[in-house]
Design a protein around this ligand. Structure first.
Ligand code: TIU
Length: 225
């Protein structure tokens, strides 16, 4: 592989062509609060085991990106310890007894610096990989992600992480509106709800790829080899 030459991945609705040097692997919210028991995801009533199947394919994709010194970025959903960036509507949403900012089993829920807010050890960022702390579901809202991508000349994204229909979908839509091509490997994104996993992926690739492309990690690794 030559980093500056285009490679082609089998994808839907049609093959995805990308230049590795300017295509970032963007891992969305692979945080303990979402993937481990006792966190925010479980508090919302979800079965976290549904998400854990994404860890191994993400690990392989991440290893390939690192091996070839291609751009990698991570995001985390969460808020300042004083909760000044937490909209009151988000704080009370769901009507539960314990909400964002309250103390849970892995520290204060979705608060920066707390154990549950951090990225799972299996996919932990290297010091050289930017980590974008985001207060919303989309990775572009109220963050410097767009500036970082532009400064590095990145125009295409492989978007992975959780959850498919919430933070991944929102981020892909935001990226698409800003002119990025997005490819989503279906085995690297997860939902607590099987039907949302299916529909969340269909929405991306429908209508000729209205928001992007869908493929899988094996196809991407094969293209890079
Ligand atoms: N990261 C992300 O998707 N945040 C969520 O709150 N997702 C849910 O599915 N709840």
């Amino acid at each position: 592989m030559t980093k500056d030459r285009s490679v082609t991945v089998q994808a839907e609705p049609y093959p995805f062509e990308f230049i590795p040097a300017t295509c970032a692997l963007l891992l969305i919210d692979l945080q303990r609060d979402f993937l481990e028991p006792g966190g925010f995801g479980e508090m919302l009533g979800n079965d976290v085991s549904q998400l854990r199947r994404v860890i191994e394919p993400n690990r392989k994709l991440l290893a390939a990106w690192r091996d070839k010194a291609l751009p990698v970025m991570h995001t985390r959903e969460g808020h300042r310890p004083d909760l000044s960036d937490l909209p009151p509507a988000k704080k009370i949403r769901g009507g539960g007894k314990t909400t964002i900012g309250d103390v849970g089993p892995m520290g204060r829920i979705l608060v920066r610096g707390e154990a549950g807010h951090d990225i799972i050890p299996e996919l932990y960022p290297l010091a050289s990989e930017p980590v974008i702390d985001k207060p919303g579901k989309g990775a572009f809202f109220a963050t410097d992600l767009h500036a970082i991508l532009q400064n590095r000349g990145i125009t295409q994204l492989i978007v992975t992480g959780v959850t498919t229909e919430v933070c991944v979908n929102t981020t892909v839509r935001e990226a698409n509106d800003r002119g990025y091509d997005c490819l989503v490997p279906e085995d690297c994104v997860g939902s607590y709800f099987p039907e949302f996993q299916t529909m969340g992926l269909k929405m991306i690739k429908a209508q000729g790829g209205i928001f992007g492309w869908v493929s899988d990690s094996e196809s991407i690794l094969a293209a890079l080899a």
